[in-house]
Ligand binder design. Structure first.
Ligand code: ZN
Ligand code: FE
Ligand code: FE
Ligand code: ZN
Length: 280
């Protein structure tokens, strides 16, 4: 087993009960981080579905709009209560084309340390939602990937996000492209590099049917070659998932050629040396 030097690492992607599909309050995640000796963690709960009228928002997909103030206040209170751990204030935000101005207005109200940009919707289809899996059979899988990566590129170019989350998410349930998409992957990576956004190595895919890290090694290597910074995340939806499988994430980053990872304070990127797992 490989030992992970959590004190020198960050876990930048986690949720808690406010979003309606993760469990436990924020403090339980802080305590889980302290148990493994994590140096820094970011709260990144799902923003409410800002592009829908309040009565049409799915309560299982994000916090309620009225809870955003309490979420921010609670993160700050926890930082005062647990000064031994650096807590970052963040959100996971859905990118919906055409809604950039609305989103910018919401985000401008708080001093985020970083924002995770996610594409979970193609039109109004939540393609990573197990409730709507049937739609895969009605569509061309390659077209799904093409549309998805184009949206990821557009999201990066908005300047609203610091890190693009789970970069190859359409593989979540095991749906693979049936033709070579490396040209499309290269194009999206160029767009990320030009936009100056980072990516995350997200270990949640290991807990999903696909059983793989996001993104796959070939895509992560393209990111590294293009100079796209990478950070680390568990995408925990339960406290015991904080820092999960970070030995795998570190090996993945090292194999892709990364020697540094990205950390964020008030949306400024800092590069830190990547501590490699040691065998014990
Ligand atoms: Zn979630
Ligand atoms: Fe997500
Ligand atoms: Fe998430
Ligand atoms: Zn996520």
């Amino acid at each position: 087993m490989a030992a992970v030097d959590y004190a020198r690492l960050v876990d930048y992607h986690m949720h808690h009960e406010r979003c309606g599909h993760a469990v436990a309050p924020m403090e339980a995640y802080v305590r889980a981080a302290l148990r493994i000796g994590l140096g820094e963690m970011g709260f990144s709960d799902h923003l409410f579905q800002y592009w829908l009228p309040p009565d049409q928002r799915d309560p299982e997909l994000g916090m309620r709009e009225e809870e955003l103030d309490a979420y921010v206040a609670e993160a700050r209170a926890l930082q005062r209560q647990y000064p031994q751990l650096r807590l970052r204030l963040a959100l996971e935000v859905d990118y919906i084309p055409g809604r950039e101005a609305e989103l910018a207005r919401i985000l401008a109200r708080y001093p985020w340390d970083y924002l995770l940009g996610s594409v979970h919707f193609l039109g109004n289809w939540g393609f990573d939602d197990a409730r709507y899996l049937a739609e895969y059979a009605r569509r061309d899988i390659n077209a799904i990937y093409e549309e998805y990566y184009d949206l990821v590129g557009r999201a990066a170019e908005t300047g609203l996000f610091d890190v693009m989350a789970h970069l190859d998410l359409p593989k979540k349930f095991g749906h693979r492209p049936t033709r070579d998409l490396s040209g499309i992957q290269r194009a999206v990576v160029r767009r990320l590099a030009r936009a100056g956004v980072a990516v995350e190595v997200n270990t949640a895919g290991l807990r999903k049917p696909v059983g793989e890290l996001y993104p796959a090694l070939d895509l992560l290597t393209l990111c590294r070659e293009a100079g796209v910074p990478a950070t680390l995340s568990s995408d925990a939806h339960r406290p015991e998932e904080v820092g999960a499988d970070f030995d795998r994430a570190l090996e993945h980053l090292a194999r892709a050629g990364y020697r540094e990872y990205a950390a964020f304070t008030q949306r400024r990127l800092e590069r830190r040396p990547l501590p490699l797992p040691t065998t014990m």
